[in-house]
Design a protein around this ligand. Structure first.
Ligand code: C2E
Ligand code: MG
Ligand code: MG
Length: 558
């Protein structure tokens, strides 16, 4: 075998006639390491010793003690050893069918009068077996033995080709908080859990037509003949796993795109199942979610927005609204800045909130394009207000977690402020807390760089969940902005109020101003004032508004 000529394969010749063994040995000995066995029992012992280091077995059928059929039978019962190819040595045509049924792959007729043909058959058989093993190792996930994601779609499509009318489901299965199982019980337990889930899924599916794979980590995809009762299917798997794995707190969720539309691409069927699965993430009271009309509408909406994005940007459909920020530390609240917030004036859907498109554009890495547009417009606006008022009103720009990974970020912003003749100090950059969870080292470096250039940096949405005190210790900041949900909740939920007070204390300790956004009424305002919150942004003062309205507010000198 040319590609691996440096290592000689081992061939076991099993025959009770020494003369036959010697003849074959002489034919093959130049190319292979040869082992001999005189009967089936001796062969089985040697196969046990040499295992998968054997590249081929040449097997006589009629032998004393244990015959060749019994050897084939025993090999076929062993999951590993059955992968060693066997060529049967026979002079009887009738034996061929029976040995084929037992797993033999080829025949060499006796007597051995054509050495070239024997050598060619042996070489071809070994090559085929090795190719098959290689393909299998790429197709299958080492841990669970299921298909890998790459091959899964190929096989799912094959089912589609051969049986296009069958009622099939696309299913995504995921273990809730799998990373916690790894953290709390160790990686070995995590691996065991994944193997167990794979085994149980296969058991529960039984002989149902379909394919399964582990896509990555704890995501499993099933493309199977339609199931009637997903809850019972999942429940029996979870109950069994809780018992066998000894983890009581095990929760598995399942997203189903049932009775798939065969006109929809295979990958899209799984996007839908995943969408359903994600819809119940974090909600342990639900374990099964079925893709529905509502999800379909949202998917179609997102799809449409992505399609329209480039044109919308070129046609100026993105509008920037400004929401004032008031310093409330003195007697009377004073206007100290604004936040630039983008909206999409869509010709078909009307005014769309950034909540509907910013996360989408982040997922598809398009947000940086939009952000550059927004920053440029907002910086031009700062310049225009500076020209009409004589002083610059600092405007906050939102920096997406995706922008943090853009090495050109600092230069882009510097070029914009230079072009519009304002100072970096006139811009405040809001970086959301969740960006830190993504890549701590990168964000610390970026923030330090930006501040060195004179930009001010505020931590947005602080307290939204991924907060860590390390972050505050590491990050050089100019202000902390409380997460809007804490402000929403603080009057009705004492835990939220405690968190607000805690963050108040931390900000004081770090000598950082504390900003509250989402302040809607007097009660919230009074409470924040009593807690010495420094700056407030919210409907209590004003909603985000177009630039010209904001100009009127500025000229009133409010
Ligand atoms: P954010 O940066 O935390 O912005 C504050 C959000 O709170 C804004 O929502 C604002 O309109 C809203 N808000 C302010 N006061 C109140 C209030 O009193 N009550 C209530 N219920 N809401 C209030 P908006 O404009 O819908 O923006 C949502 C999020 O979208 C922003 O959260 C920000 O993360 C993102 N976003 C907005 N514009 C941009 C942008 O230009 N670039 C990027 N990357 N993200 C943006
Ligand atoms: Mg913000
Ligand atoms: Mg915020």
């Amino acid at each position: 075998m040319d590609d691996n000529a440096f290592f000689r394969r081992t061939v076991l010749i099993v025959d009770d006639e020494p003369i036959n063994r010697e003849m074959l040995g002489a034919i093959l000995g130049g190319d292979y390491e040869i082992l001999h066995a005189g009967d089936g029992a001796e062969a089985m012992r040697m196969i046990g010793d040499y295992g998968m280091t054997l590249s081929l077995i040449l097997l006589d059928l009629l032998m004393p003690i244990m015959d060749g059929y019994e050897v084939l039978q025993k090999l076929s019962e062993d999951e590993t050893l059955k992968r060693i190819p066997v060529i049967v040595l026979t002079s009887e045509k009738s034996a061929e069918v029976k040995s084929l049924g037992l797993g033999a792959v080829d025949f060499i007729p006796k007597p051995y009068d054509m050495p070239e043909i024997i050598r060619a058959r042996v070489q071809r058989t070994i090559q085929l077996a090795e190719d098959a093993a290689l393909i299998k190792s790429m197709e299958n996930d080492d841990l669970t033995g299921l298909y890998t994601g790459r091959f899964f779609f190929e096989y799912a499509n094959r089912i589609e080709q051969y049986d296009s009318g069958r009622d099939m489901d696309a299913i995504v299965v995921n273990i809730n908080n799998f990373h916690l199982i790894n953290d709390l019980h160790g990686r070995d337990t995590g691996d065991e859990m994944l193997r167990s889930l794979a085994d149980n899924l296969m058991t529960e599916l039984g002989s149902r037509m379909g394919v399964a794979c582990r896509e990555n980590s704890d995501n499993f995809y099933l493309y199977v003949q339609h199931l009637d009762d997903y809850a019972t299917f999942l429940e029996s798997i979870v109950t069994r796993m809780r018992r066998t794995e000894g983890i009581k707190n095990l929760h598995i969720r399942m997203g189903v795109y049932p009775s798939v539309d065969h006109n929809v691409a295979m990958e899209t069927r799984f996007v839908r199942a995943r969408h359903a699965c994600n819809a119940i993430r974090g909600d342990l009271s639900q374990s099964v979610a079925v893709y529905n009309e509502d999800m379909h509408r949202r998917d179609a909406f997102s799809h449409q927005l992505l399609e329209d994005f480039e044109d919308a940007l070129a046609q100026g459909q993105f509008l920037i609204h400004y929401q004032p920020k008031y310093d409330i530390s003195g007697e009377i609240p004073t206007l100290v800045g604004a936040e630039a917030l983008v909206r999409w004036q869509h010709p078909e859907f009307g005014m769309i909130s950034p909540k509907d498109f910013v996360p989408l554009l982040e997922t598809y890495c398009l947000i940086s394009k939009l952000d550059r547009y927004v920053w440029n417009e907002a910086i031009a606006q700062i310049q225009s207000w500076k020209a009409s008022l004589g002083v610059a009103l600092p405007v906050s720009l939102n920096i997406s977690r995706i922008d943090i990974h853009d090495y050109a970020l600092k230069d882009t912003l510097l070029a914009m402020v230079r072009e519009h003749n304002i100072a970096p100090q006139d811009c405040v950059l809001e970086i959301t807390e969740s960006a830190y969870a993504g890549d701590a080292a990168r964000i610390v470096e970026t923030v330090a760089d930006l501040r060195n250039e004179g930009f001010r940096v505020e931590m947005d949405d602080f307290g939204s969940g991924s907060s860590s005190l390390n972050m505050l210790a590491d990050l050089p900041l100019d202000a902390i902005k409380l997460d809007i949900h804490l402000i929403n909740d603080m009057l009705g939920n004492c835990r939220s109020l405690q968190v607000v007070k805690l963050i108040r204390g931390i900000a004081k300790l770090l000598s950082l101003p504390l900003i509250a956004e989402g302040v809607e009424d007097k009660e919230q305002y009074d409470l924040l004032k009593s807690l010495n919150c420094d700056i407030i942004q919210g409907y209590y003062f004003a909603r985000p508004m177009p630039a010209d309205e904001f100009s009127t507010l500025l000229h009133k000198g409010d």
